[in-house]
Design a protein around this ligand. Structure first.
Ligand code: ZN
Length: 741
């Protein structure tokens, strides 16, 4: 990757402003601040599947009495909630400031107004009774909470038609018709006086999809199918066929795809609806829906799910019902912390960093060891930036913040102060939202990894032993080599170019797969002059003959078009593989690149798609319409569960790859070779490259084979034998990843 650097340091000013949060409140002296920081109890909000909320506090040697005084409405009950070094306090027992802090943590989008509290549903586990209990103290108040905006009640008629009934009070009929209906002229037909009754199939796809998601909340949309979970007692194969494919007549195809013998369906059973049968509305994920309905949200209710809520839905809880503590939410978390007079959220240590504050704000302190450099041992390590200009700039910022001028004259044991806002998530203080979000994702991914491990073990037990020479039978590999054509990519010394080196590695990988395995290999790119034959030269001449293998071919003229067409092409290969009987999870995608980073960085790095950073939706619209791969499927997005699974699978593969590269003595980045996203302080923050984000292969990685600006890495790239070792280690990694032994 080299192309991505958007200039301008304006983003940095914002970051520095954020970094000063620790000591800005004038009511606290610096000394008090320091004392509070030293207390450093760590608290985390925990939510059960039934949406019972509690606060878990690590005691770290604090006395039960001291903690009780701060956290509990009735401090004398402290021992009740204490087990060894941990306190678990149910929400109702918390002191008022901490109730407010927990609420602000859980529901950052909620807001108070004169009418009451507007609550936005952000957690799938929420339900109406739980929300009422949380904010008013009693689930009995649920009936008095109002869904705000336009509210529709979903029902199903005797003829299995799905209807949405909307009360006309406060609703602008013209706007409703314009936003929701496929043909707004039909609104008169649906007007029943006090209500408007709209059949779901008369709605635009986004709303029709929202209705299906409301009724059938357990369904999962995959690349090859929708897995519908039978939820209502009135369901049958032909009704499912009607709702999801638009006609009841596809039911025998659903029966076959689900491997069913009987025509009956039972609650909880999974009906597989192949993708080619699904209506466009039945393919939409929750993210698609929220995108499509953003300008005119429609809150849904139904008799069957009276207590249920949809993500993004809003409720107004009238002021007279709200518990007294909710007023503490008004000033935000800092205000609530002030009321508690105790900054408990921020831990003080995350070795080797120690958090502290001075008159310029909070910082993470690091003591420089003998022989260590500011660039690599502080800035690159703790901020996550890798790009040359950013490393230099942040080094300058950190140097000045620490009171030094010359990076070459730093004394051993110098205290280096890194502003908190510049730290990458894993180096933030305990309780910092960025660190919590990252840890939450890590925990979720670890859970999915465990599921995958169990699935693999079961599959292994069920599978017959394969004869030798059948390695990777049934496995599909999609390979990409970055840049090419008019885009040379990163430039190294003496004519070395990223695009030619990584293309050569890709060709070597192809050759090894063909010689050693039965894997089916697709590639995105071809050199019209040299074909897919590897080069034995040290410096491979940079020609401009590489084009993408789209239909029609693309000469790699524009960088953005090229990046997008690559994943469209990759996704087309994935669909082709599935069509010919491949298992989706036996498909691996890899894009080869070479980085141009700060020269101190050395070795291979692998990017996998972090689930929370690959949220989003891409729609080509009329762009690229001439390419067959785009017109096949112009719009792409993935659900959270798909993204989590993908992160878990990809990380597993990335680890296998690093292991093989290490044992082949190829050179892997020492500190953190596998990363979930790229950090660029300017122009983007944290992001996942489009080629991974929108890629349909569940296992997908972007490999940076090395740093073209590092002397040692560049020498490796010029060595054909090293390139072959790299290719060989990659193929070994794929084999070990799918190994049934
Ligand atoms: Zn690149």
């Amino acid at each position: 990757m080299s192309e991505r650097f958007v200039g301008g340091w304006s983003a940095l000013a914002t970051l520095l402003a954020v970094a000063i949060w620790l000591v800005t409140d004038s009511t606290f002296s610096v000394a008090e601040e320091a004392r509070n920081l030293q207390i450093g109890a760590v608290a985390e909000v925990q939510v059960s599947p039934q949406f019972s909320v509690s606060l878990v506090i690590q005691r770290r040697g604090r006395s039960v009495q001291e903690l009780g005084k701060h956290f509990l409405a009735r401090p004398q009950h402290a021992s009740r909630y204490t087990r060894r070094d941990q306190m678990t306090i149910p929400f109702p027992a918390l002191s008022d400031p901490y109730k407010a802090i927990v609420a602000l943590r859980l529901f950052p989008e909620d807001s108070l107004s004169q009418d009451g509290l507007e609550h936005v549903v952000t957690d799938e586990r929420e339900n109406v009774a739980a929300i009422a209990r949380f904010f008013t103290g009693s689930p009995a108040n649920a009936g008095q909470m109002r869904r705000t905006g336009t509210v529709g009640e979903v029902s199903i008629t005797r003829n299995h038609e799905i209807l949405v009934t909307i009360g006309k009070e406060g609703v602008e009929t013209g706007r409703l018709a314009e936003a929701v209906l496929k043909d707004r002229g039909r609104i008169r037909e649906f007007d029943r006086g006090a209500t408007i009754v709209i059949p779901a199939d008369a709605m635009k796809d986004g709303y029709r999809a929202a209705v299906l998601t409301h009724l059938f909340f357990s369904d999962v949309i995959r690349e090859d199918s929708r897995r519908h979970v039978v939820t209502l007692t009135i369901e049958s194969l032909s009704r499912v066929s009607l709702w999801f494919t638009g006609t009841g007549e596809n039911w025998p195809l659903l029966k076959r795809a689900s491997g069913k013998r009987s025509n009956d369906v039972a609650k909880g059973e999974v009906i597989v609806i192949p993708r080619n049968l699904l209506g466009s509305w039945a393919l939409m994920t929750e993210e698609d829906i929220s995108e499509e309905t953003r300008d005119y949200p429609l809150a849904l209710t139904s008799r069957s799910r009276r207590n249920a809520v949809n993500l993004g839905q809003r409720f107004l809880i009238p002021k007279r019902l709200l518990s007294a503590w909710t007023t503490l939410m008004e000033k935000g978390e800092d205000g609530a912390q002030d009321a508690a007079k105790w900054y408990v959220y921020w831990g003080t240590r995350n070795p080797p960093l120690v958090y502290s504050g001075d008159r310029l704000g909070g910082y993470a302190g690091y003591r420089l060891q003998r022989g260590q450099a500011l660039y690599s041992d502080v800035v690159i390590r703790f901020t996550g930036v890798v790009e040359v200009a950013e490393v230099l700039h942040l080094s300058e910022v950190v140097l000045r913040r620490s009171g030094f001028r010359d990076p070459r004259k730093l004394p051993v044991n110098a205290l280096i102060k890194i502003p908190i806002g510049l730290l990458s998530p894993e180096w933030r203080p305990e309780g910092d939202p960025a660190r919590l979000a990252e840890r939450e994702e890590d925990t979720a991914v670890a859970r999915v990894e465990e599921e995958i491990r169990v699935e693999k073990a079961e599959a292994r037990a069920a599978e017959p032993v394969r004869p030798r020479g059948e390695a990777l039978r049934g496995v599909t590999i999609v390979l990409d080599a970055g840049h090419g054509g008019h885009d040379p990519g990163a430039l190294g010394p003496r004519g070395l170019t990223e695009n030619e080196v990584v293309y050569d590695i890709m060709c070597r990988v192809m050759r090894q797969f063909a010689q050693r395995t039965q894997a089916i290999v697709y590639v995105t790119i071809e050199d019209a002059q040299t074909g897919h034959t590897p080069s034995e030269r040290a410096t491979i001449p940079d020609n401009r003959e590489e084009h993408l293998l789209t239909t029609p071919k693309y000469p790699n003229a524009d960088v953005v078009t090229s990046a997008n067409l690559r994943w469209y092409l990759a996704n087309s290969y994935v669909r082709r593989a599935i069509k010919t009987g491949a298992d989706l999870e036996q498909v691996v995608f890899t894009s080869f690149h070479a980085d141009a980073l700060h020269p101190s960085m050395q070795g291979c790095m692998v990017y996998v798609p972090s689930a929370r950073h690959s949220k989003g939706r891409y729609s080509a619209g009329t762009r690229y319409a001439i390419y067959q791969e785009v017109s096949e499927r112009p719009t792409v997005s993935y659900s959270y569960n798909e993204r989590l699974r993908s992160q878990a699978l990809s990380s597993g593969f990335a680890d296998a790859l690093c292991q093989r590269l290490r044992s082949a003595n190829v050179g892997v980045h020492g500190r953190k070779p596998v990363r979930g996203y790229i950090i660029r302080r300017s122009g983007g923050g944290e992001w996942v490259p489009a080629i991974l984000k929108y890629n349909a292969a569940p296992t997908k990685i972007l490999v940076e084979i090395g740093n073209i600006r590092n002397e040692n890495d560049a020498a490796n790239m010029r060595d054909p034998a090293w390139r072959e070792r790299f290719a060989s280690a990659y193929v070994d990694a794929v084999i070990s990843y799918f190994s049934t032994q």
